[in-house]
Write a protein that binds this ligand. Structure first.
Ligand code: FAD
Ligand code: SF4
Length: 333
């Protein structure tokens, strides 16, 4: 690990001013915010991340969960994943988020991991984490060995010829289904970014993972008011029962009346280069009977554009079955 300066700013404005001295804001930046450190310090130990300065944001007052005037929820950037998962309002009104958080990592990690850090966690692609290997995400222009190499766990949606890395977050998948908004504070002032616009597809610049500008600090996330009477489910399929990333996952928020789907939001994890909302699957279900045949049609729609890699064709059927089973749990349970 390289040596670095450790800074404890007094307030968010001071944190933003210091971070703005770096270009770019996040990936590859020489000045970085650190929250729980479970992604950043891990990658610093591997010399994948080598910031010269770390800005500790843990003492900033960004650790509360509050109701918003419109009936939604405001979640501070440094709220720990475990605190959020067990928050009574989250458990009662946003069950899909609680389930997704508890499906992630381990209890110890969730006690450290934060809301903002989870939004910005980086891929688990083995080549990205090994500085002896080329990797377009870590070192632009060096190539993507995963395309012809080990890609069993990597993405089948949103890939490019430059990168096929999966976004590993569980929390973000639930937040995509809940239509969360990410609030940031930068040198130019605050701005709000819908989660669907926050993460970028790899395209020809996989090193750029989000729309964050230099120095922008995530201050909080808001959730819209819950759908009264909705059923919510997060289902995660992986190689072992815990402490493992998703091969496929599904977050569902659904409303039915007399057996007909009236509203639904669907997001997929473990298969996309970003948390993957599926408007195709949603459109296939609205106005239709909540039954096995229509769930299968929605799953086919969700995977229509899937592009398997050499080792992960199995993910297409796995993701379909994950979606079908999640819909079944949500509507029958
Ligand atoms: C062994 C292991 C297993 C795991 N398993 C899972 C899993 O199954 N599912 C899952 O979803 N996750 C899993 N994770 C990932 C874990 O959820 C993340 O590491 C964690 O959420 C990151 O949060 P953090 O607060 O520790 O982030 P940090 O490491 O502190 O920061 C991560 C990134 O976010 C930036 N950052 C932090 N806060 C802010 C802010 N407020 N504004 C702007 N930038 C900010 C940092 O600069 C850094 O780039 C696992 C991690 C490990 C180590
Ligand atoms: S998939 Fe992306 S992260 Fe993995 S080696 Fe290729 S460029 Fe790097």
């Amino acid at each position: 690990m390289n040596t670095f300066e450790f800074i404890r700013p007094a307030d968010p404005a001071a944190a933003v001013a210091i971070a703005a001295q770096s270009q770019p804001a996040q990936q590859g930046a020489d000045v970085r915010f650190v929250a729980g450190g479970t992604t950043l310090i891990d990658l610093m130990k591997l010399n994948v991340e080598t910031p010269a300065r770390l800005i500790d944001i843990n003492r900033l007052a960004l650790d509360t969960v509050e109701a918003t005037p419109d009936g939604g929820l405001k979640i501070g950037a440094t709220v720990r994943n475990s605190d959020l998962a067990h928050h009574p309002v989250v458990r009662r009104e946003y069950g899909v988020l609680s389930q997704a958080l508890l499906a992630g990592a381990s209890a110890q990690l969730r006690n450290m991991a934060t809301t903002a850090g989870n939004l910005l966690q980086r891929t688990r692609c083995m080549y990205f984490r090994d500085t002896a290997m080329p990797c377009n995400k870590r070192e632009p222009g060096t190539g993507c060995p995963a395309i012809t190499g080990s890609n069993r766990a990597l993405a089948i949606l949103g890939t490019s010829e430059h990168c096929i890395a999966t976004n590993p977050s569980d929390m973000c998948v639930a937040m995509a289904a809940l239509e969360a908004t990410i609030h940031v504070e930068g040198q130019k002032g605050p701005r709000a970014i819908p989660i669907g616009d926050f993460h970028l597809l790899p395209g020809s610049t996989p090193n750029r993972e989000t729309v964050l500008e230099p120095g922008e600090l995530i201050t909080h996330v808001t959730l819209p008011p819950p759908w009264t009477g909705s059923k919510q489910t997060y289902l995660k399929l992986r190689d072992r029962a815990s402490y493992e990333f998703a091969l496929a996952s599904t977050a569902i928020v659904i409303m039915t009346a007399a057996g007909i789907v009236t509203q639904v939001r669907i997001a997929l994890g473990g298969v996309g280069t970003k948390p993957w909302r599926s408007p195709e699957a949603e459109a296939a279900l609205v106005g239709k009977r909540a039954d096995a045949a229509n769930f299968r049609s929605a799953a086919e729609a969700a995977m229509r554009d899937a592009k398997p890699q050499t080792e992960n064709r199995f993910k297409i059927e796995l993701a379909k079955r994950c979606l079908i089973h999640a819909l079944t749990i949500a509507t029958v349970g």
